[in-house]
Design a protein around this ligand. Structure first.
Ligand code: HEM
Length: 407
């Protein structure tokens, strides 16, 4: 049995996941936080579990609810209620809230946002293009999604640097409920509540105004629900996208033939390979290693393994997406892969709401980097790169690169 959650594991978890898929596909595992949970690693089991209505997202169903709250990163302080968001609730509340937010966060809104994402992408590349070297995480992958989501939500430009600082605090220290992180969450909440209040009297065409306007059979979001929604959009859409850009670029830099094919296709003005490439990068080394927590509301079996009511279940998306039982040559990067129903955005009713935005950002970011800085190369030995050892997310701390400076 390979060691889980070690330093080697943080660098490359895939050999351990291969072992689990083969020998213990549904395994009761002690997590670094001290909480035990079932890890589900095979594709078929993972997909089924993600869509199983007997697996609740609400932590009240954890057999050890009080203990779990502190250890799962769900702040104990529920008064704030930023935590009663889509990822922590079940139908019928989930259905209602998701329908309301879907009315505001439409594919059309995201498509209309494309020029702004392109502008932001160029602005951040301008910041380091003349230098010949950069840390792509710090200078690019980190700021792009936070300013993008702030713009989309309608956070005024003069307040966006505060969001960058709060988000930086959360990403550096993980989603834990303590100290500076808790302070950042509190400040963000106070800010969002105040902003929603302000916008109510002066609706614009931003997403927060859309959330306030959205109604369903005469039902509106309460101010608290709107604040929790804005918070989850920021929170779910931020570190994930940082890591999609970071992990994706890292994979491209380490697979020169694949990267060259992508650059050639971009030079011909084609979009097709870019589209399949972003899906493949997500499958091969996606930002979300484990889907968020689920709790059995009744006894059930997953992949033949009995699971008791109250047991937490963690679906390991990163393991499922390398399952040779579903993907041909799963450990090979094939940017042109067509048969690619990966679970990188989840599956079922909690399927990523922000997937169209994530795709837009990742496609724009990768295409622009490869086009403007065509000889971009890794400026560190691969084994010297440090990975952030979170539980849910997988991403690099830094990604040093070198390139011919832009004149
Ligand atoms: C849900 C992945 C970007 C908003 C999810 C889930 C996954 C995921 C795996 C399901 C979790 C589960 O079932 O436990 C990703 C990845 C992203 C990304 C890989 C980027 C590369 C975004 C963005 C936004 C967003 C940009 C919004 C701005 C959400 C929301 C949910 C969600 C609101 C909860 C949906 C629900 O519970 O109904 N995401 N996400 N995500 N994501 Fe994303």
């Amino acid at each position: 049995m390979p060691e889980l959650f070690s330093w080697e594991f943080a660098t490359d978890p895939y050999p351990a996941y291969a072992w689990l898929r083969e020998h213990a596909p549904v395994r009761w595992t002690r997590l670094p936080s001290g909480v035990d949970a079932w890890l589900v690693t095979r594709y078929a089991d993972a997909r089924e579990a993600l869509a199983d209505a007997r697996l609740s997202k609400n932590p009240v169903h954890h057999a050890d609810e009080a203990g779990a709250r502190g250890k799962t990163g769900i702040p104990g302080e529920r008064g704030a209620d930023l935590m009663t968001h889509l990822l922590n609730i079940d139908p019928p509340d989930h259905t209602r809230l998701r329908r309301l937010v879907s009315k505001a966060f439409t594919p059309r809104r995201v498509a209309a946002f494309a020029p702004r994402v392109a502008e932001l992408t160029d602005r951040f590349i301008d910041g380091f293009a003349a230098e010949g070297h950069a840390d792509l995480i710090h200078a690019f992958a980190f700021p792009l999604p936070i300013y993008a989501i702030c713009d989309l939500l309608g956070v005024p430009p003069e307040d966006q640097d505060d969001f960058r600082d709060w988000a930086g605090m959360m990403i550096r220290h993980g989603g834990g409920p303590r100290g500076g992180v808790a302070r950042s969450v509190k400040r963000m909440r106070a800010y969002l509540v105040e902003l929603i209040h302000r916008k109510r009297g002066d609706l614009g065409d931003d997403l927060i105004s859309g959330l306030i306007r959205a109604s369903d059979h005469g039902e509106h979001l309460t101010e608290n629900e709107a604040a929790a929604m804005a918070f989850i959009l920021l929170f779910a859409g931020f570190e994930t996208t940082v890591n999609l850009i970071g992990n994706g670029m890292h994979t491209l830099l380490r697979h020169p033939a694949q990267r060259a094919a992508l650059q050639e296709s971009l030079a011909r003005g084609e979009e097709g390979l870019l589209e399949t490439a972003v899906e493949e990068l997500l499958r091969f080394d996606g930002p979300v290693e484990l889907a968020t927590w689920r709790y059995a509301t009744e006894p059930l079996t997953i992949g033949g393994q009995p699971v008791a009511a109250g047991d937490p279940v963690l679906v390991v998306l990163a393991a499922a997406d390398r399952d040779p039982g579903r993907f041909a040559g799963p450990d090979t990067v094939d940017l042109a892969r067509r048969d690619n129903p990966h679970l990188g955005y989840g599956h079922g009713i909690h399927y990523c709401l922000g997937a169209p935005l994530a795709r837009l950002e990742a496609r724009t970011a990768l295409a622009t980097l490869l086009t403007r800085l065509p000889d971009l190369r890794l400026a560190a030995e691969p084994e010297d790169l440090r990975w952030r050892g979170g539980l849910i997310m997988r991403g690099l701390r830094t990604l040093p690169v070198a390139f011919t400076p832009e004149p």
